[in-house]
Structures are given as structure tokens and as C-alpha cells.
Design a protein around this ligand. Sequence first.
Ligand code: ZN
Length: 314
Amino acid sequence: MRRLAVRGAALLGLLLAAPLAAQGAQIVITVDDLPFVGAGLPVAEQARLTDSLLAAFRKYKVPAIGFVNERRLEDTSGTVDPARVAMLQRWIRAGHELGNHTWSHPDLHSTPLADFEADFLKGERVTRGLLAKAGKSPRFFRHPFLHTGQSLAVHDSLLAFLALHRYRVAPVTMDNHDYIYAEAFHRARLAGDTALARRLQGAYLDYMESVVLYYEKQAQAIVGRTFPQVLLTHASALNALTFPQLFQRLERLGYRFVPLDRALEDPVYDLPDRYVGTGGITWLHRWGMVLGLPASTYAGEPEVPAWVQQAAAR
Ligand SMILES: [Zn+2]
């Protein structure tokens, strides 16, 4: 049934393609957990998949931003691996921006703020050096799990700390569960089940299209207009091999790919975020909460079908 619901949403997407295009919809592609998510994949394979990600960006003229967890640069002995650093260098050489996603991906909701901030600083050591060689410096921070603090004291202290280090928060307005599809896809590939892998790719494309349409409707319901949206994705094999089709669908919906700094010039991003709940929710929903909109406003978020969740947990 859920599968049918997602298909229905995708169909609706085709019908809605014209209005979105007419409004010149804009979208930012953000990619978390660099250099790569793929436990069990040889580094050479991760590097090849990184090249596939970058080729998709090139083909569809996507000015992407990647958020790095520098712990992922280390090999099993805890040494920074030059082959993994080279993957980040490819991103920079291709003209994309890199931001800080902390060193070890700690959860702010279960980590003392001082430890979290230390992990943040540890998380920029390699990236800052790489960017400096290109005459750049890191400018954006993405909260792991989109957890921004369960009190205004922590929330605001972290913002002040980030400002001190000349970072700006990279908000997300289109959240989704791409990582569940990615895990299922990863397992299907490791098991050599190409039929399942292909089925997951198709389901993922339909799901992501329904996510994008849901958040466009949320934009209308919460701020009353379209604005440049920020899509969250991860550096996974699934995205490396499916981004070309996803970008094609986004283009068909009328989207233009824009860089994060340009999107954040829209005044909608000046709206306050005062959310101190337990969830990792989108900034669009944070704004809705500041406005005091009823919970029913957020209904209808696309769900991941049970068979995909099962394939991810197998
Ligand atoms: Zn992450």
C-alpha cells in the first residue's frame, strides 16, 4: 500500500511539473558524511564511486557542497589515509564546496557541548588545509542528525561558537531517509543481488520525488511561497549511481541547481530557529513551529516502504 502511495505521489509530480518550472524553482544539493559512506567497500571502490558522484554533478551542472567527517579519512589503525584525502581533493578540484560535519559525527543531544565543540575543531584539520591550497576556507557547518540542542542555552552557545570560527549553519529544508535506501542498496550489491539493487534504485527515485513535492507543498503551507530549497543526501554508492536519474527528474520538475551561499541569500533563511525538541527536523518545520502552526500542517511526509526497511536491516 505504501508503495502505491509513493507511486501516486510520483505521478502527481509529473502533473505538477509545469507550475514548479514556471516559478523557477531552485534547489541546493548537499551531501553528508564525506569522504564516503560504505563500510566494507575497498577505498579504491569508494574513490571510483566518488568520481561517479562528481561526474553527475558535472553533467547536470550541480554546484554541490559536501560535509566531511574527518574520522572517515582514517584507516583502521587510526592513520589519515592519503587515498581518502585524495577523494576530498577531487571534490575541491571539481569546484565544489566542503563544510564541517564534525570529526566523529557525535550526537549533540548526548554529548556535552565542550566535547562537541572539540570534535568540531578536530573535524576541520585536514579539510581546512586542503581548502587553503585552493584559496578557500570552510564556511558551513552541518549538525550531525540535524540535532541542534535540547535547550536554548546549548543551541545558542553553539551558534556563537560557530560564528566565532566564521562558520554558518547549513540548514536542511528537504529531509529524507536516503540513508535507509543506501544501506539496503549497499547490502544488495555486496550480496550480488543486482535485481534487488535495481528495484531499490527505482523505488528511491520515486521516494525522493515524493519528498521534494511534499516539501514544496510545505513551503506553501508554512511560508506561503517557494524559495530555494536545501536537499539533504549522503555520499553513498546509491547516490553515486543514481544521482544522474535523480537530477534528470529534478530538472523535469523545473529545478535549477544553485550553490548553498546563493540560496541562503533568500530572506526566508533569516527566519529564527528556536526548536529545542529531540528530533532532527527540517528548518522549514522549525519555522512553522515559531509561527505556531498546528501539527496537522506537517502531515503527509513520505514514508519508506517496509520492504526497503527490511532490505536495509537484513
Ligand atoms: Zn551525517
